[in-house]
Design a protein around this ligand. Sequence first.
Ligand SMILES: *[C@@H]1O[C@H](CO)[C@@H](O)[C@H](O)[C@H]1NC(C)=O
Ligand SMILES: *[C@@H]1O[C@H](CO)[C@@H](O)[C@H](O)[C@H]1NC(C)=O
Length: 310
Amino acid sequence: MKIGKVGLGVMMVVLMMMLNLSTCSAWFGNKRKSGRNSILPGEAMSSRPSLMNHAAGSSIVFPIYGNVYPVGFYNVTLNIGQPPRPYFLDVDTGSELTWLQCDAPCSQCSETPHPLYKPSNDFIPCKDPLCASLQPTDDYTCEDPNQCDYEIKYADQYSTLGVLLNDVYLLNFTNGVQLKVRMALGCGYDQIFSPSTYHPLDGILGLGRGKASLISQLNSQGLVRNVMGHCLSSRGGGYIFFGNVYDSSRMSWTPISSIDSGKHYSAGPAELVFGGRKTGVGSLNIIFDTGSSYTYFNSQAYQAMISLVS
Ligand SMILES: *[C@@H]1O[C@H](CO)[C@@H](O)[C@H](O)[C@H]1NC(C)=O
Ligand SMILES: *[C@@H]1O[C@H](CO)[C@@H](O)[C@H](O)[C@H]1NC(C)=O
């Protein structure tokens, strides 16, 4: 999904590169913030000392299923809840929150591959920083201080209303440790979609830059370094990792710009080059968005493209 804040007339969105070979990218986020560790007591399947090694030495890797065509999206399986149940999530570096279609009850949900998520009662309060991160303005109002309501609008007109809560994510680390980690999750109980945005998935895996994104939460709990990367094959499939760089021999590195102070990953102003030649179209703000199937241009770049191919 493309996230809604497409403002400034800049249409962005680069899907990770459709080259012949697998294309891998990784990026570093901000420095790790210290925070509360919410591994559930007694749930860790390892002793404390090896837990302490996570931030230094381990990563979490999820296989990715899907392709640009004909499937049109990428999904990963996450195990969430108590007991953990599997859900298929749309991988989206263009938005922040991870959420599931949710039986709260659901006033509008699409068809899902698995039974709807049943929300925990572990609500996140309205003034929590994770909630604040999902609101359109800093001075948002709280109808109920004990509950965080949010609305997310994606650029393709898809939107979701939900409540933020904590639940348990079952995570396998590459060092062999399996942990149940309590993290924020959206319970989406009212979705609006058009036929073109229709994906029969359980939810969205938000990997954007904000505090609420999965990588930020994992990092603030000290579980992994604030590094995330993905590897997508033109033949479909691939993997995504969090924490230590996984399979570094296959990575290419792109510095992530700090110009976009928002919640997107951007490689900085780009220039449109066609057939190896400069087109004069520059200063394009391009973002990486795995949730979008195609690469989109603003009208200036689009017109330039069209006149060059015709
Ligand atoms: C999501 O991925 C799983 C494999 O993990 C696959 O079986 C399923 O068909 C995918 N979902 C959709 C809707 O494509
Ligand atoms: C984690 O690992 C276990 C055993 O190694 C495996 O059965 C399970 O499917 C894995 N779970 C996830 C979420 O990848």
